[in-house]
Design a protein around this ligand. Structure first.
Ligand SMILES: NC(=O)c1ccc[n+]([C@@H]2O[C@H](COP(=O)([O-])OP(=O)(O)OC[C@H]3O[C@@H](n4cnc5c(N)ncnc54)[C@H](OP(=O)(O)O)[C@@H]3O)[C@@H](O)[C@H]2O)c1
Length: 251
């Protein structure tokens, strides 16, 4: 019997995932490996990156520790990369702060990793010819800054809004090479980002009520959308936002 082709397969594709030592990036790496991808994973924390590495199905995966807000680390990462079929710009931080408490350092810290690092990474991948023809770049943006925001969320929203603008311009710049650029825009996903001391359990319980599907998302649910955008199934999609938010932005 002839083998059925699967348009969502990542078999034979080499894919870089940033922020793979935790949360959404970890799930993206694990699920991409299950779909046949060969992963290059990166993060700052060596131990947690190793945990992700050990959880990857299959062989031929690589792990590279790097602080992407550090230009030397970024250069070293680029040098170590083979030509890529996919790049998932996922690393990010949240620093909820009311406007009156925001200092310039906060602005720079948030923008360094949420915006400048992925912009520079994409730019360097192009300059160093590390993207194959028909490669797919995916950014983990957010619904925040694109469709809504939150009290104390101005910095985070601004950085994610910048990502969305960048994705539109970059997708036009790279279209003539057949390279696609898209984002996923998650609502609240249960990871360290939204649970580490920045929000109380009462606030989380209140927040859940605002979701029509009555729960927060799971990291895997973002990963499945990323697989879709990395796969050949979306060869005619570029410059898009894929909203994964349990209906939050409908209300
Ligand atoms: N969770 C949500 O509700 C949600 C919603 C919408 C969008 N997002 C976006 O999803 C992405 C992943 O978030 P998450 O929820 O999975 O958070 P997370 O569990 O805190 O993971 C963040 C990841 O980013 C990496 N990272 C942070 N700063 C870095 C730096 N300077 N250099 C290199 N890597 C760095 C971390 O690496 P180390 O831990 O090794 O330092 C970690 O792997 C972020 O872009 C976030 O904005 C999250």
């Amino acid at each position: 019997m002839p083998e059925l082709s699967n348009p969502f397969s990542l078999s034979g594709k080499t894919i870089l995932v940033t922020g793979a030592s935790s949360g959404i990036g970890k799930a993206i790496a694990i699920e991409c490996a299950k779909m046949g991808g060969e992963l290059i994973i990166t993060g700052r924390n060596k131990e947690r990156l190793q945990e992700t590495f050990l959880a990857l199905q299959g062989t031929h995966h690589t792990q590279i520790t790097a602080d992407l807000s550090n230009e030397a680390d970024l250069e070293a990462l680029i040098d170590a990369l083979p030509p890529l079929d996919g790049c998932v710009n996922n690393a990010g931080i949240n620093r909820p702060l009311l406007t009156q408490f925001v200092e310039k350092k906060d602005v720079l810290d948030v923008f360094d990793i949420n915006a400048f690092a992925p912009f520079l990474l994409a730019q360097k991948l192009v300059q160093h010819k590390k993207l194959k023809k028909k490669a797919s770049i995916v950014f983990t943006s957010s619904i925040s800054g694109v469709f809504c925001s939150s009290v104390g969320g101005s910095l985070y929203s601004a950085s994610k809004g910048a990502v969305n603008g960048y994705v539109k311009g970059l997708s036009l710049d790279l279209a003539n090479r057949g390279i696609r650029v898209n984002c996923v825009n998650p609502g609240v996903i249960q990871t360290n980002l939204f649970s580490e001391g920045t929000i109380t359990q009462e606030q989380l319980d209140e927040e859940i009520k605002r979701y029509p599907l009555k729960r927060f998302g799971k990291p895997e649910e973002v990963a499945y959308a990323v697989i879709y955008l990395l796969s050949d199934a979306t060869e005619w999609m570029t410059g898009s936002n894929l909203v994964i938010d349990g209906g939050f932005t409908l209300l």
